[in-house]
Design a protein around this ligand. Structure first.
Ligand code: CP
Length: 326
């Protein structure tokens, strides 16, 4: 068991080794059981986490805030627009100053080409851990909860399980590509055969693809890219289908929306789910565009594990905070 996480940042999925991720999951299950039994687990008493948001959130805010309280500490919710960031506070100043007030700094910043740099710059100036609540490249805490959920449903040995990470149509906005990128980085390390499916214009970042291929090779897992959702979903154990913007093709919102609108048939319905194995599960980080990205009958139906997935955000994040901030 690798436990040397105290003081460490968690910005990219690969910041923690596979063995360290296993440690996080072991603790997450322990904390989940303790909460179920009403057993106190206040290992972060008197500790305070800053939660700095540059973008909206339901689950991330709720789970980090509740998690810190359950660990005996406190989480300070800070919206960037109510700070002096727009009046000149730099990442260096923020990291240096918040690092003296708080015991951890969690940040969500998904602006393309800005968010991940922002987190890394704060981390360079901070004496306390920086935790990524989602940037434009990675959503590592979501991915830990996803891995935890898959193991709960399919068992801890995931070797040769087929995981489809698919693009799906959405009309609401051009969503970040951080969730699929985190998934293709992390899941091959646990032996899952990943099939990434998307229309040609929705490629992921080339450097992330290279890293994912390297992980698949290192851990002897499959990694394949297809441009057909139905082909991808044949015999799947897990179908994780969500939308992301065509950000490798264009950053123009109008052009991106036009491209996106030409793939409305990339839709998750019962017919698509039936292509998977009998015990296939449907996953989505939420929020989803209901009846546009996924049919309500799937989202609310027997394939869906989305509420367990959302719950596991709480337990996985508590484990990360307890290990890094203690
Ligand atoms: N899945 C997720 O990160 O949800 P929120 O955007 O609501 O935080």
């Amino acid at each position: 068991m690798q436990t040397g996480l105290r003081g460490r940042d968690f910005i990219s999925d690969l910041d923690f080794s596979k063995e360290e991720v296993e440690t996080v999951l072991d603790l997450a299950w322990d904390l989940k059981m303790k909460r179920a039994m009403g057993v106190s687990h206040a290992s972060l008493r008197d500790k305070v986490l800053a939660m700095l948001f540059f973008f909206s959130s339901t689950r991330t805010r709720g789970s980090f805030e509740a998690g810190m309280a359950q660990l005996g500490g406190h989480a300070a919710f800070i919206e960037s627009r109510t700070t002096q960031v727009s009046h000149g506070d730099t990442e260096k100043e923020l990291g240096a100053i918040f690092g003296r007030y708080f015991d951890g700094i969690a940040i969500r910043h998904v602006d393309w080409g800005i968010g991940n740099n922002y987190l890394n710059n704060v981390a360079s100036a901070s004496r306390v851990p920086v935790l990524n609540m989602q940037d434009e490249i990675y959503h590592p805490h979501q991915c830990l909860a996803d891995l935890m959920t898959i193991m709960e449903k399919k068992g801890r040995n995931l070797r040769r399980k087929k995981m489809v990470v698919s693009w799906a149509y959405a009309s609401s906005y051009l969503k970040p590509m951080s969730v699929p990128q985190s998934l293709i980085l992390q899941m091959p390390r646990f032996g899952m055969d990943v099939v990434l499916a998307h229309p040609p214009e929705f490629e992921l970042m080339p450097e992330i693809m290279e890293q994912a291929q390297a992980m698949a090779k290192k851990y002897n897992a499959g990694f394949e890219v297809v441009h057909d959702m139905k082909e991808a979903c044949q015999d799947a154990d897990v179908i994780y289908a969500k939308s992301w913007g065509p950000l490798m093709t264009t950053h123009d919102q109008e052009e991106g929306k036009k491209i996106q609108d030409s793939y409305q048939d990339w839709y998750v319905n019962d017919e698509l789910m039936a292509l998977g194995k009998d015990d296939v599960i449907y996953m989505h980080p939420l929020p989803a565009d209901r009846d546009i990205e996924v049919a309500s009958s799937v989202l609310d139906g027997p394939y869906s594990v989305v509420f367990d997935e959302a719950e596991n955000r709480l337990h996985a994040q508590k484990a990360v905070m307890a290990l890094t901030m203690s």
